[in-house]
Design a protein around this ligand. Structure first.
Ligand SMILES: N[C@@H](CCC(=O)N[C@@H](CS)C(=O)NCC(=O)O)C(=O)O
Length: 202
């Protein structure tokens, strides 16, 4: 059975949880608190040299890192990652967008606001990070104004990857009020069979 090393309040980890729940794939969850520095200890680095969660133990002693790579692995052969060549690449297109243009801003704004102390020097980054977060949301809004889901009008791992931090954007002070198509898409994602919400921040 799969074992996921993850922190439940991390959007990157929640992507894996949501996909496995919706696919009905059994798994074990090992909660890892990144704030303790455990992911940078030698024992963890032996499993993931990049020292981050999520991490999937797909076969005993064999690990796969990077949330979106894990989504591709667990969704392979299911309707969540279509077989057709172009659709498959379009799913990847949005997942790369998520990692390069979206997560570094939408997730980082939330991380600074929710995980770091109120007087942390990284708070100074917030205005720029939020500006870039809004640029990413504007890209999504344009696409979702014309499409029900990101690819082929079917729910896929591209939606899971982008939902994880988008729905929690306001926790980073990134308001969703100006994005009606994105807000409607969030509601469609939440209406999917076997949807589970992300564990709320304490
Ligand atoms: N690109 C990676 C990012 C993973 C990542 O940044 N994970 C954070 C939690 S959301 C982490 O493990 N941070 C611990 C650290 O940097 O020490 C992915 O999508 O899995």
């Amino acid at each position: 059975m799969y074992r996921v090393c993850g922190m439940a309040t991390s959007g990157n980890c929640y992507k894996v949880q949501l996909a496995l729940e919706q696919l009905g794939t059994p798994y074990l969850w090992e909660e890892v608190d990144i704030m303790t520095g455990i992911t940078r200890q030698p024992a963890y680095l032996a499993r993931n040299p990049n020292g981050r969660v999520p991490l999937l133990e797909h076969h005993p002693g064999h690990f796969l890192a990077e949330s979106n790579a894990i989504l591709c692995y667990v969704a392979d052969g299911t309707p969540f990652w279509p077989d057709e060549r172009l659709l498959k690449a379009e799913v990847l297109q949005w997942m790369f967008f998520e990692q390069y243009s979206h997560e570094p801003y939408v997730a980082v704004a939330r991380f600074i606001c929710k995980f770091l102390p109120a007087d942390h020097p990284r708070r100074a980054e917030l205005p720029k990070v939020r500006e870039r977060a809004h640029e990413a949301l504007a890209v999504m809004e344009r696409h979702l104004g014309q499409n029900r889901y990101f690819v082929g009008n079917e729910y896929s791992i591209a939606d899971i990857a982008l939902y994880a931090y988008t729905h929690a954007a306001e926790e980073g002070g990134v308001a969703l009020a100006g994005y009606p198509a994105t807000t409607a898409w969030i509601e469609r994602v939440e209406a999917q069979p076997r949807f589970v919400p992300m564990v709320p921040m304490p």
